[in-house]
Structures are given as structure tokens and as C-alpha cells.
Ligand binder design. Structure first.
Ligand code: UT7
Length: 333
């Protein structure tokens, strides 16, 4: 009898735009200061995709191009592309389809998955199921967001937080005990009033009035979201540890969604994981929504070893939240 199939990550690709929006530059745009942003969020700068007609797919394409190069993948061998995004190029078609066309994934199907800041974990878990069931052999999961397209640069409570970026992983089957071991995912739609986009959907399509009222931008009640984020992200991280009999010593890396350094630290404290075992890049990219977790894997890939236990954890709009237990599958080159 063959062993249980699992989905293992066999490579990571990433991309962040060149333009760096610093706290100093934000000081010239809204009533804020570097000290407030740094102490309240941990963010020093974020990347912004500039230029006309540049959508999320521009960044996702670059991340996936790097991924297929690093993993030596023939694009025609890719079965499925899942793009986690809250800022698709268009309402339809799916950004995943644009990426598939760009890289020449002629035999793949693709779709977008929207779960705000938990999007990558939802997409990773979904992609892993197609591999673990034996249905597909190569699944690309890309998390990509151009948050600057839905941020109001007159609103100091949101514009300091978000940035743009994309990163992708390749999932392939293994019979070894590596890869996506377990996930706990949750959502609660009663959180919608605290974090949402007021207009532009089917309920309130775009009108001159909605544009004038600045309703096509992220609306967030920060302190309320913060409270839920701390509770749910640390609860779910503790739960996945408990479900898999993991102690804090067993965990090599916490890979948290990068929304606020204080939320990250609260989760790490609850798990008993010290600062040297937390992946952090919020200071350079801010909150890139679906891209934060894969961008962490991209930044820290060279430090990862086969067999390392990673806990990925996220919380975001919806509300959505979750954690994934990953056993890393390869030593960095
Ligand atoms: O990514 C997924 C979901 N999102 C999150 O997880 C974000 C969760 N929320 C947060 O990270 C924090 O709530 C924020 C960073 C958004 C805000 O930090 P806070 O410590 O919760 O501040 P606050 O909203 O309670 O505001 C405190 C004060 C207020 O002034 P008053 O009323 O006390 O005079 C704000 O007006 O800070 C003021 N403030 C600012 N001051 C300078 C708010 N934004 C700024 C700013 N610069 N950019």
C-alpha cells in the first residue's frame, strides 16, 4: 500500500515593485509621522506599483515567472493556478487566467480566491487538496495585491499600512511526511462592517456619487479589527499546535500575516516563539494582504531547511483567519 500523498512546496518566487513609499513621504501627504507609524505598526516603508494600466497581474506574472525558472518547470506541465487576491486586475476575468496566459500555462485552469488577508492560506489549503487527492501534480498558488489601487491617500489611518507585492509557491506531490500537514481555517461574515470596500460591487455599483464620496477605498475601524486580529490569530495558532501535538520548541518559524508588528508579537508570545524564529518583513513592505506570507517565505527561503516546522497564521477582512502547519520540504540552494 502506498503512503499518504501530501502537497509539498518545491519553490518560491516573489516580486515587489521598485517604488519605495517611505514614512517620510507619507508625512508630506497626511498628518502623520515616522515615529507614530513605526511604534504603532512596525512599518518603515512599503512598495507601490506605479504606471498606467499596471494591475495586480503585472506583479503576479513576475513572481510566477521567477517560480517556474527556479523550479525548472515547463509551463505546459502546470495543472492549476490559484491566485489569492482582493485587488484583481478586473472583476472578471480572473487574474489567475491572465497569469496563465502570460506564462504559457496552456494546459492549466485557474481561478481567483478572495479571502482578504487570509487569501494565501485559503488558496494554499485548497491547492494542497488537489494534490493530496492525487488529482493534479503541479499547482501554482500565488498571493498578489495592488493595495495602492484601493487605498485613500487622504486617510492617515489606512494609507500608512498597506503596500503592493506578489509571491508564489509551487505545490507538488510527495509520499514523504513533508509539506502541508494541516490547516485550520475560519470565517465570520459578521465582521464585514469593520473592514470592507463600500462601493464598486454588485450591491452598490460605481456612480459619480460613490466616487465623489471616496467609497472605492478600504474602510477600516482599526482598533476593532486589531482586537479581533490579536484574539483570532493567536487562538488559531495555538489550536493548530495543539491539534498536531506541537510544543513551542518544535516550531522553527512562525510565518505571520504582516498587518501590524504588535499583532505579530502577540501571536508569537502566545505560541512561546522568540523573535529569532518569527519571519518579519513588515518594515519593508507593509501589509500586502494576500502576498505577506509568501513574501516572507521568499525573503527567508535561504534560511529554511528540510524538515523545519513552520506555522503560517493570518487574520483579515471578512473576517477570515486561519493557520497552516507546514513541514518544509527542501534545503535552500
Ligand atoms: O490586515 C488585516 C486586518 N487589518 C489589521 O489587522 C489592522 C488592525 N489595526 C491596526 O493595526 C491598528 O488599529 C492601526 C494601525 C490601524 C491603528 O493603530 P491604533 O493604535 O489602533 O490607533 P487608533 O486607531 O486607536 O488611533 C489612536 C490615535 C487616534 O487619535 P486620538 O483619537 O487618540 O486623538 C488616531 O486619530 O492615533 C491617531 N492616528 C494617527 N496618528 C498619526 C491614527 N492614524 C494615525 C497616523 N498618524 N497615521
Amino acid at each position: 500500500m502506498s503512503n499518504k500523498l501530501r502537497a509539498v512546496i518545491t519553490g518560491v518566487g516573489g516580486y515587489v515593485p521598485e517604488y519605495v513609499l517611505t514614512n517620510k513621504e507619507l508625512e508630506t501627504m497626511v498628518d502623520t509621522n515616522d515615529e507614530w507609524i513605526t511604534t504603532r505598526t512596525g512599518i518603515k516603508e512599503r512598495r507601490i506599483l506605479r504606471g498606467k494600466d499596471q494591475g495586480t497581474s503585472v506583479m503576479a506574472n513576475k513572481a510566477v515567472e521567477q517560480l517556474i525558472e527556479k523550479t525548472n518547470t515547463n509551463p505546459e506541465d502546470i495543472d492549476l493556478i490559484i491566485c489569492a487576491t482582493t485587488t484583481p486586475d478586473m472583476i472578471f476575468p480572473a487574474t489567475a487566467n491572465l497569469v496563465g496566459d502570460h506564462i504559457g500555462a496552456k494546459n492549466a485552469f485557474g481561478y481567483d480566491l478572495q479571502a482578504a488577508c487570509s487569501g494565501f492560506l485559503y488558496a494554499l489549503t485548497t491547492g494542497a487538496q488537489f494534490i493530496a487527492s492525487g488529482t493534479y501534480k503541479k499547482v501554482v498558488v500565488v498571493g498578489a495585491d495592488k493595495m495602492s489601487s484601493i487605498i485613500d491617500y487622504q486617510d492617515r489611518t489606512t494609507c500608512i499600512i498597506f503596500g503592493d507585492g506578489a509571491a508564489a509557491v509551487m505545490l507538488e506531490p510527495t509520499e514523504e511526511a513533508y509539506g502541508v500537514m494541516d490547516s485550520v481555517l475560519q470565517s465570520d461574515g459578521s465582521g464585514a462592517p469593520y473592514l470592507h470596500l463600500k462601493a464598486g460591487g454588485s450591491r452598490r455599483p460605481a456612480t459619480i456619487e460613490s466616487v465623489t464620496a471616496r467609497e472605492h477605498f478600504v474602510y477600516q475601524e482599526g482598533a476593532t479589527v486589531f482586537k479581533y486580529a490579536v484574539k483570532h490569530m493567536s487562538d488559531v495558532a495555538a489550536k493548530i499546535m495543539q491539534n498536531n501535538n506541537l510544543t513551542s520548541e518544535d516550531i522553527k518559524w512562525l510565518v505571520p500575516h504582516q498587518a501590524n508588528r504588535r499583532i505579530i508579537d502577540a501571536t508569537a508570545n502566545r505560541m512561546g516563539v522568540g523573535e529569532d524564529r518569527i519571519m518579519i518583513n513588515i518594515h519593508k513592505y507593509g501589509n500586502t494582504t494576500s502576498a505577506t506570507i509568501p513574501l516572507c517565505l521568499w525573503d527567508y527561503e535561504s534560511q529554511l531547511k528540510k524538515g523545519d516546522n513552520l506555522i503560517l497564521a493570518a487574520f483579515g477582512g471578512g473576517f477570515t483567519w486561519g493557520a497552516t502547519y507546514l513541514k518544509w520540504g527542501y534545503d535552500a540552494q
